[in-house]
Design a protein around this ligand. Sequence first.
Ligand code: ZN
Length: 101
Amino acid sequence: MGLPNKLSIMGTDYNVIYCDGVDVNPENDEDLLGYIDLVAKEIRVSQEQEDKEIWKCLWHEILHGVFYELDIKHRKTSEERLVNLISLAIRNILFDLGMLE
Ligand SMILES: [Zn+2]
């Protein structure tokens, strides 16, 4: 399965942009491998990591989008933890099924 350039999260279209470097959000000084702009409907992911890590990063940002589009409110820290765990689980399941290489 190739990396998507566009995807729909609960019916809302998001563009996916693969960036060079490890700071995908220019508005932030911290190194960031992935970022979702919920207003611009854009996901940015660093392509300077292995495909397996790119997928985990992508799922992480997609899940933030799912929480947002479904209006699921969590405290920032608990949402971050949930999103980390679920994105890892999804990525691993897809790899085990042979759907990702
Ligand atoms: Zn996050």
